[in-house]
Design a protein around this ligand. Structure first.
Ligand SMILES: [Zn+2]
Length: 294
């Protein structure tokens, strides 16, 4: 039985460094099952979801959520992940892209996403306006792209490792690590962290040898690692019939009328979980009438 997906919130060196270390194996497996992804797309969506969950866990308010969108020039098209606290969902325009392995034998995530393009982080804080941070993709491999986002857009220099180990349709291990030295952190500590960074470069493979709690001890030995909080993580969609109905109503009377005239009702498929919602012509007519009153 696989371990429950979880995020460890950690501090190091008496609070001079904040870190997050997580396992997302089951979350990524569920995403792969829903979208029937190829290995390279499983890895791309898995890394994106893992990074997005780190942002999601940082958000404190009840109804807050964060969306990360990668718009690269690769064949996967646009990738989107949405996290609210420990729950995440994701989709891509083309989740079944196949690419040859890179020369070093690794999945070509950068090739699938694209090496140039844009990363957008949209934080919904439950206020009228969302916070939007944007930056250019560094290489489309996603970990570097998140590190660049934190450093440039949030002014928090960061080290990020994201990994998904896949065998065919099976996700063997997935997870990630984020390290953020706080302002005023001495150079010796930052040097120490950089020296240790090769240890967690291949994070999903390391996770096949030990649970993340043990890895935390091993990697940060001598740096007083303290686990402050542990959060459960899962893939979960938030769609519902009511939400789909609201989306249909927002089309406006004219588009609703053409759905009524041309089709025998309407079938909507959720992008994130592929659940199908069917609305009869009568239901659509009721929505159009409702819409006409506004
Ligand atoms: Zn859904």
């Amino acid at each position: 039985m696989a371990d429950q997906d979880r995020m460890l919130q950690i501090d190091l060196c008496g609070g001079q460094v904040r870190a997050m270390l997580c396992e997302t194996t089951q979350t990524v497996q569920k995403c792969a099952d829903i979208h029937e992804t190829t290995p390279v797309c499983t890895a791309a969506l898995g890394r994106l979801m893992t990074g997005t969950l780190m942002l999601g866990i940082m958000m404190k308010g009840e109804n807050e959520s964060v969306t990360v969108q990668l718009k690269g020039d690769g064949p996967m098209g646009t990738l989107v992940a949405v996290a609210d606290h420990g729950r995440v969902r994701a989709c891509a325009d083309h989740p079944q892209v196949q690419l040859p392995l890179r020369e070093d034998g690794k999945l070509d995530v950068g090739g699938a996403v694209g090496h140039t393009g844009r990363m957008s982080v949209i934080k919904d804080l439950g206020l009228k306006k969302n916070y939007i941070g944007q930056c250019e993709l560094v290489n489309g491999e996603i970990a570097m792209d998140f590190a660049n986002y934190f450093t440039v857009s949030e002014q928090k220099p960061s080290l990020v490792a994201l990994g998904v180990l896949v065998s065919g349709n099976a996700v063997l291990k997935a997870g990630g690590l984020l390290i953020q030295p706080l302002p005023g952190c001495p150079d010796e500590i930052i040097d120490q962290l950089e020296l240790r960074s090769p240890m967690f470069a291949d994070i999903s493979r390391e996770m096949t040898f030990a649970p993340i709690e043990q890895l935390c001890e091993d990697w940060f030995r001598g740096m007083e690692p303290r686990i402050l909080e542990k959060n459960d993580l899962e893939y979960r969609c938030t769609c519902s019939r009511e939400r789909m109905e609201r989306a249909l109503i927002s089309l406006g009377r004219k588009d609703l009328q053409s759905l009524i005239d041309e089709d025998q009702g309407a079938e909507l498929v959720c992008h994130f979980c592929r659940t199908k919602y069917f609305f009869t012509t009568e239901e659509l007519q009721a929505m159009a009438d409702e819409n006409g009153k506004n």
